[in-house]
Write a protein that binds this ligand. Structure first.
Ligand code: FES
Ligand code: FES
Length: 205
């Protein structure tokens, strides 16, 4: 079967394009040094770290790759799963969505700073008691979010599930579910996670 004129012409154009494309060049030796870097001082779990980072470095990568605090997990790296949740100045954020350079002098708390195997944070102990994990990959983010929820409810910060904004904040099932909805557990340990948080919050059982 002979080649169609259309395909033949198309192939010819492609060949011409390839022939005219400039040959790939090796990076100039100085190109790496031209990547913008910035100095940032991160205070993580009570320790100050002075870092010089590519300005594009996320807080998550600064923690994991530069400070080797690998308790904070990278799940999606797109703000969808909550595995990278840490507390910055007491507020939970997705560390994958935030540049490290934005956190100069901020107080950052990761799962490593919450407790130790010999001295667990009450939320960590509750997760153990309620068997609130299977593989454990999402667990640091779940626990950091859960700890932040305690403060949110204490301060009366409303969520999408809050009905009456003037009433005293209650740690209801719907409040806890809504506030934890950004933390995905692919093992489906949700009911146990809910029970662990509810025990500590002292609301819904
Ligand atoms: S890794 Fe940050 S939200 Fe998934
Ligand atoms: S325990 Fe496996 S993803 Fe949550």
């Amino acid at each position: 079967m002979s080649e169609s004129p259309k395909l033949s012409a198309s192939s010819g154009l492609a060949s011409a394009s390839i022939a005219e494309a400039p040959a790939p060049t090796s990076p100039h030796p100085s190109s790496r040094s031209s990547i913008p870097h910035s100095s940032v001082s991160l205070r993580v779990n009570g320790t100050r770290y002075a870092l010089t980072l590519d300005t594009r470095t996320s807080l998550l990568d600064a923690l994991r790759e530069h400070l080797h605090l690998t308790g904070t997990k990278k799940g999606c790296d797109h703000g969808h799963c909550g595995a990278c949740t840490v507390l910055v100045n007491g507020t939970r954020i997705n560390a994958c969505l935030s540049l490290a350079a934005m956190h100069d002098a901020d107080e950052i708390l990761t799962i490593e700073g919450l407790g130790t195997p010999d001295d667990l944070h009450p939320m960590q102990a509750a997760f153990l008691r309620h068997d609130a994990f299977q593989c454990g990959y999402c667990t640091p983010g779940q626990i950091c979010s859960a700890v932040a929820i305690l403060d949110e409810i204490e301060r009366g910060v409303p969520s999408h599930a809050t009905g009456d904004l003037t009433a005293r904040m209650e740690a209801s099932h719907s409040e806890l579910r809504e506030r934890m909805s950004g933390n995905i557990c692919r093992c489906g340990a949700y009911s146990n996670i809910q029970a662990a948080i509810a025990e500590i919050v002292g609301g819904a059982a």
